[in-house]
Write a protein that binds this ligand. Structure first.
Ligand code: NAD
Ligand code: ZN
Length: 364
């Protein structure tokens, strides 16, 4: 098992291993005294893992309540948050009680936001069950929901008190949902780490079908190694720039266009799939305008192909630009784009919004 510590506005540990759910009570009781815990989960994950976690928490002496919402991005809104807050108030949760987010990134974002605002903030624990939530959303304290106008337009920075990542839960994911996490892992490779990019290229689809196989003798478990490397990269960026005003923005690589694709599709294109297309569009445009040192577009296209990613974007530059301009990464008349210089290094470029459509067009 791997243990990684984050020192931000809150200091907390991330455990990455296998067969951890049944010990959730033990890990949580190390950081929280006996209290009420509200497990927040969606209806799919509830069927799979709620009983195990609920039992583990009860056995450790916690008073366990559960709130289940309908799975999917269309639940990531204020109404779900409102229902959670009302449920916890009715059940007399106090400031010393906590929330357990059990599920993918959508659950973590909703539950974390509820934790941030209930009684002006209570503690919460992330138990990610998708590859995406493990490598990305469960760490770093960005919580929030979508508004009609766009993705993640309301939220709070609110760090978890513990992250328990049980990689055995990935065994029940469909390949499509697994791929969503692959997109974020590829993102870390492109922005910071050629080593991670090559690790992903080496294992490609076998990460999903034979997760324990690793050709490097010093790594016995490829999935854990990938999650660990991603989390370390995210931890370092978050510790340097928790509030996302500088270097943390590198994590937005592929996201300005990715969020626009999600929005244009009415959220039928999932986050990771949209980010994969977004990374391709931005890197092709950057290559076309001579802004990269090496051909990152071809390298990203190659790695996405080895995972069999669907990568054709069905929207026009005009549609994407309209949606992108509602993105929160816009600041007045400019937008900060993340551009690849070579694999393992990206940089931030402030761009006038009047140039965005032509830029996106060059990437399609
Ligand atoms: P998700 O939470 O909807 O999970 C995808 C689907 O998988 C859901 O239907 C869920 O019920 C199901 N599922 C979850 N775990 C499962 C398991 N172990 N076995 C079988 N099915 C399972 O989506 P996601 O891809 O995990 O997260 C996407 C969200 O994360 C987006 O809203 C995105 O904006 C957000 N995100 C947030 C951050 C952050 O820093 N806060 C970072 C990246 C992405
Ligand atoms: Zn993302």
């Amino acid at each position: 098992m791997e243990k990684i510590q984050v020192k931000a506005s809150r200091t907390y540990d991330i455990y990455i291993g296998r067969n951890l759910l049944k010990d959730a009570g033990m890990y949580i009781s190390e950081i929280l005294p006996t209290c009420k815990l509200c497990i927040i989960t969606d209806d799919v994950v509830s069927e799979l893992y709620k009983d195990t976690v609920s039992q583990a928490l009860s056995d450790a002496g916690f008073d366990v309540h559960t709130f289940v919402f309908k799975a999917g991005e269309n639940s990531k809104n204020m109404e779900t948050v409102h229902n959670i807050l009302e449920y916890m108030a009715e059940n007399e949760f106090t400031r010393s009680d906590g929330i357990v987010a059990l599920g993918g990134g959508i659950t973590g974002d909703i539950a974390g936001f509820a934790a941030a605002i209930f009684l002006r903030g209570i503690q919460f624990i992330q138990i990610p069950t998708t590859f995406l939530a493990a490598v990305d959303s469960s760490v770093g304290g960005k919580t929030g929901v979508n508004l009609h106008a766009g993705k993640n337009l309301t939220g709070a920075f609110w760090q978890p008190s513990l992250v328990l990542c049980d990689c055995d839960t990935f065994s029940t994911l469909s390949y499509e949902i697994f791929l969503d996490g692959v997109a974020e892992a590829v993102k870390y490779g492109v922005i910071i780490s050629l080593e991670l990019f090559e690790l992903l290229l080496l294992h490609n689809q076998r990460l999903f079908s034979e997760p324990l196989v690793n050709e490097k003798p010093d790594h016995s478990d490829a999935v854990i190694e990938v999650v660990k490397q991603c989390v370390q990269i995210k931890r370092d960026l978050v510790m340097e720039d928790e509030q996302d005003t500088g270097i943390r923005q590198l994590l937005n690589f592929g996201h300005t266009v990715g969020h626009a694709i999600e929005k244009c599709s009415g959220y039928t294109v999932t986050h990771g799939h949209a980010v994969a297309m977004g990374m391709l569009i931005i890197s092709k445009a950057a290559h076309t305008f001579g802004l990269c040192k090496t051909d990152c577009f071809s390298a990203i296209e190659e790695i996405l192909k080895t995972f069999n990613f669907p990568v054709t974007c069905p929207y026009t530059a005009e549609e994407l630009t309209r949606a992108a301009l509602k993105d929160k990464k816009r600041a007045g008349k400019s937008i900060t784009l993340v551009l690849p210089e070579y694999i393992g290094h990206c940089y931030l470029k402030k761009t006038d919004i009047s140039n965005l459509e032509a830029f996106i067009k060059a990437g399609l």
